[in-house]
Design a protein around this ligand. Structure first.
Ligand SMILES: *[C@@H]1O[C@H](CO)[C@@H](O)[C@H](O)[C@H]1NC(C)=O
Ligand SMILES: *[C@@H]1O[C@H](CO)[C@@H](O)[C@H](O)[C@H]1NC(C)=O
Ligand SMILES: *[C@@H]1O[C@H](CO)[C@@H](O)[C@H](O)[C@H]1NC(C)=O
Ligand SMILES: *[C@@H]1O[C@H](CO)[C@@H](O)[C@H](O)[C@H]1NC(C)=O
Length: 849
């Protein structure tokens, strides 16, 4: 299949030499019909009649998903600078004139300035449909009898374009009375008629220009009923373009370029063979002079555009929640991106000061994985993020030369993945046939399953984890890889299919190529507004795809995934990461207001608002962590110093407060380690939980593999002493004794020879104490009332202790803290060791000899 497509691509290239546009896109990953364990199912919210005449697959997460989902009237996220929605009779559009700042979000609520339709339309919702679409644009048509209105909705175009045939154009004001038309005041209840090829029309939204590209047209503006219409005197055959005129000085540029209109865009890309770089190309199809196509750019475009022809930013501009859109001339954009070269592991070996901790962590955490008790999938998301974290243990073991620890991880992963291939499993994937894609079968009629995955919400989050785990298995087990490659490819095709030539999946489902990043939202509840909260998991979606593509030897898709990673990371840095130091007048600063940038991080970027908040949590550590996790080697490019240093200040009050979960803190420290690995290591040494998507081993591995010019990263003082020791109270000199018969730990022996020996063994950032004589682990009393006792055969939560140099005491004098309840060990009047000290200062100092 690939070679067929490649020869087609070569044929296209020859045509290109003859003046056609080259579309050298990659061929399909597969063309087989997906047949997962759950079979096929149709979601209970199929497309409306918008796609009449077509068959699936259909796009689900693009900016115009609202045209085709639900009743098709939802406000859609473009084509910017406009937002739009379809009614049964018209295309409504507008540019928000209200920019609001509420202390948490910057908002530009969508408004309808005008609706474009025609008099002859019969008003049936079925009488409009898609004619074609591509990775950015959609062409749609309203029709009744022989009358049609065709519109090419192209993000970045300052004009909307309406091509009429045998239809009488009518534009309806969505913002109050029409007050002026063609320079003449329109009285309320009255009308003004003009002929010509351009008209200024004013309502409370401001001024729009209506252009005719096909000669004079006679239009009558009527102001009535708090609204008004601009209606043609007769049926029209030709193109009308409409643009918002924010400032009279913008008219010259709009007039100059109005004749050339875009109808579609081709996405193309080329990969440098000499450098890790790719050029992302947008090539607009133009009616008129291609070189004179006027478009608008966003900040992320401007910083990547090669040889741009930018008119002055004052010549035309529109403010959106992604910042100012400024003009550029020409129908071809070349956007140059540096591609990631990091794949499985970090590009440098762990700092030697951390190697022992990494290996101890591996032995401990791999030791807890059993192929006979695998992780049985209870959903897609939570299973995925946990399994991908486990998979990293195999990769880290490989990097530190502990190949012996790889097979147990792979065996565990394989036992867990086996559930995905069995129809009898509680959670099964299904091929969804109404739109085309893989979903959690249970979610076909339930938006609460897997965050709406049945409706194509956040598939890239879920499948990134899924692909990462599968890639790790396949890396070490080629038999498994060949056996399941076709099945795993369905998840790859679901999120990174590059071409319309795949008959079962839409093209790169989540990616909005013009916006520069992905949208998490699918087609639930009629689609409409787009959002993405977890920029980190979007990046990880493409990272998982890259790893899987690498392991199956698909260089094209690996490169495509690298381009997706590079673009998603760049957009995250532009729109999610906020920089108080940026200049308000910097052309490429998306947030002119200093108060917005002082938020430090966006939690959610939507089409009409962006803010430091989440749908599910209000803590700063959560808002920051969800832009960081999962921590994988490829995010070395993402965690820029300016942002991570600001994040540490932004979250400082929560980082120092034990009420806030270590799981969030752990990933914040890792992002920060990219700038300051020593401080990150010190902070990380206090963690007792890493969440399901991170591990102790990954914590030490990542921070120990950072760019580092500051010396030793890990410190032995941050770990429990390990080995066989007697325990002595530093102040009294008494030694601790315990036995099988009397398991309580009591400081009563006066000589070392009478003391009991305890084996101190590793646990992440802590350890266990085992009475050697009885092989029993020391357990802490939950209430702190009773003595510690060597009374457990297996070490679990209550048997974990943190042993550290005691603050202010002589070297070699330690405090002991029960990790379970955070209370320090003291000595009672009878010599019993009690975990009842609330503060480090209240702890008793012990010597280990
Ligand atoms: C178009 O309209 C303008 C203004 O009303 C008029 O001056 C011009 O003669 C018209 N042109 C044609 C070809 O009708
Ligand atoms: C204003 O509303 C009245 C009553 O519904 C209607 O007859 C009239 O046509 C409307 N005028 C315009 C210009 O839409
Ligand atoms: C820790 O955070 C909790 C919850 O926000 C708060 O109630 C408490 O006062 C904080 N503690 C400190 C020492 O700031
Ligand atoms: C601790 O002592 C026990 C019993 O003497 C012995 O089997 C074990 O190897 C010792 N462990 C270490 C780390 O020295």
């Amino acid at each position: 299949m690939r070679s067929l497509v490649q020869s087609l691509a070569r044929a296209t290239a020859i045509l290109a030499a003859a003046g056609c546009v080259s579309a050298n896109i990659f061929g399909p990953i597969g063309t087989d019909r997906p047949a997962p364990a759950g079979g096929s199912i149709s979601v209970d919210q199929p497309p409306n009649t918008f796609f009449q005449g077509f068959s699936p697959p259909y796009p689900t997460n693009n900016w115009w998903a609202g045209y085709a989902a639900g009743d098709g009237t939802a406000v859609s996220a473009g084509p910017f600078p406009y937002e739009s929605n379809l009614t049964p009779t018209s295309i409504q559009f507008g540019i928000s004139t209200s920019r609001q700042w509420d202390g948490v979000s910057i908002k530009q609520p969508t408004q309808t300035d005008w609706g474009a339709g025609f008099v002859e339309h019969n008003g049936n919702a079925q009488n409009h449909k898609a004619l074609s679409w591509d990775t950015q644009t959609v062409t749609l048509q309203y029709f009744t009898g022989a009358s049609t209105l065709t519109s090419y909705l192209v993000p970045g175009s300052p004009y909307l374009t309406f091509n009429y045939a045998g239809a009488t154009p009518v534009f309806t004001s969505g913002q109050g009375l029409i007050t002026s038309f063609g320079g003449t005041a329109v009285p309320n209840g009255g009308s003004v008629t003009k002929s010509g090829t351009q008209f200024l029309v004013v309502n409370t939204a401001g001024t729009y220009i209506i252009y005719s590209l096909n000669g004079n047209i006679t239009l009558t503006a009527t102001a009535a009923n708090g609204s008004g219409t601009v209606k043609a005197s007769a049926q029209f055959n030709g193109v009308i373009r409409v643009a918002k005129l924010n400032d009279p000085s913008h008219k010259a540029l709009l007039d100059q370029y109005v004749a050339n209109y875009p109808t579609a865009v081709t996405l193309d890309y080329s990969f440098s063979s000499s450098a890790p770089q790719a050029t992302l190309k947008f090539i607009w199809t133009v009616t008129g002079n291609s070189a004179n196509l006027l478009l608008l750019t966003w900040p992320h475009h401007r910083s990547k555009l090669q040889s741009p022809n930018f008119p002055a930013t004052t010549a035309l501009n529109y403010l959106t929640t992604k910042g100012w859109m400024y003009p550029v001339i020409g129908n071809t954009w070349n956007l140059l991106y540096n591609l990631p070269t990091i794949d499985w592991n970090a590009p440098r070996t762990p700092d030697s000061s951390c190697t022992a901790q990494i290996i101890q962590g591996l032995v401990y955490e791999v030791g807890k994985l059993s192929a006979t008790t695998p992780s049985i999938p209870g959903d897609f998301y939570n299973w995925g993020n946990a399994i991908a974290a486990k998979a990293r243990l195999a990769l880290i073991a490989d990097h530190v030369g502990r190949q012996d620890l790889i097979p147990p991880v792979i065996a565990y992963l394989k036992a867990s993945y086996a559930y995905w291939f069995q129809a009898s499993s509680a959670v099964v994937p299904a091929f969804e046939t109404a739109w085309g894609g893989i979903i959690n079968k249970a979610g076909y009629n339930n938006v609460w399953v897997d965050y709406g995955n049945g409706y194509y919400n956040v598939n890239h989050f879920h499948y990134g984890y899924f692909l990462t785990g599968a890639a790790v298995i396949a890396k070490y087990d080629s038999t498994w890889r060949s056996q399941y490659q076709t099945q795993i490819n369905w998840y790859l095709r679901d999120i990174v299919n590059p071409t319309p030539a795949d008959p079962f999946f839409p093209v790169t489902r989540h990616r909005d190529w013009f916006a520069g990043h992905s949208w998490a939202s699918g087609i639930a509840n009629g689609a409409g507004s787009r959002d993405q909260e977890s920029s980190g998991e979007a990046i990880n979606g493409y990272y998982g795809a890259m790893l899987w593509a690498e392991v199956i030897g698909d260089t094209d898709i690996k490169n495509y995934a690298r381009l997706l990673i590079a673009t998603e990371q760049h957009a995250t840095q532009v729109y999610w990461h906020l920089y108080p130091s940026a200049s308000p007048t910097d052309r490429d600063n998306p947030y002119p207001e200093a108060s917005v940038r002082s938020l430090i991080t966006m939690g959610n970027v939507e089409d009409w608002q962006s803010g430091a908040w989440l749908f599910w949590g209000a803590q700063k550590v959560e808002i920051a962590a969800i832009q960081i996790l999962p921590v994988t080697p490829v995010n070395e490019y993402l965690y820029d110093s300016a942002w991570v240093n600001n994040i540490i200040s932004y979250t400082a009050n929560e980082l120092s407060n034990s009420t806030y979960a270590d799981a969030w803190k752990s990933v914040i420290y890792l992002a920060y380690s990219n700038a300051n690995p020593q401080d990150a290591a010190t902070r990380s040494a206090g963690l007792t939980d890493w969440g399901t998507g991170n591990t102790y081993t990954n914590q030490v591995y990542f921070l120990s593999t950072r760019p580092n010019t500051g010396g030793t990263i890990c410190s032995a003082a941050q770990a429990n002493p390990l080995g066989n020791y007697t325990i002595q109270v530093a102040s009294s000199g008494k030694y601790v004794v315990a036995s099988a018969a009397s398991p309580n730990l009591v400081a009563s022996a006066t000589t070392k020879s009478a003391a009991s020996v305890f084996n101190l063994a590793f646990a992440p950032n802590a350890g266990t104490l085992q009475l050697v004589a009885s092989s029993q682990y020391v357990t802490a009393d939950q209430s702190g009332t009773f003595a510690l006792a060597a009374a457990r055969g297996v070490a679990s939560t209550w048997e974990i202790f943190v042993v550290r140099q005691k603050v202010g005491a002589a070297a070699g004098v330690y405090s002991i803290k029960a990790a379970s309840n955070g209370l320090y060990v003291t000595v009672g009047a009878d010599g019993s060791l009690l975990n009842n000290g609330a503060t480090e200062a209240s702890s008793i100092g012990f010597k280990f000899a």
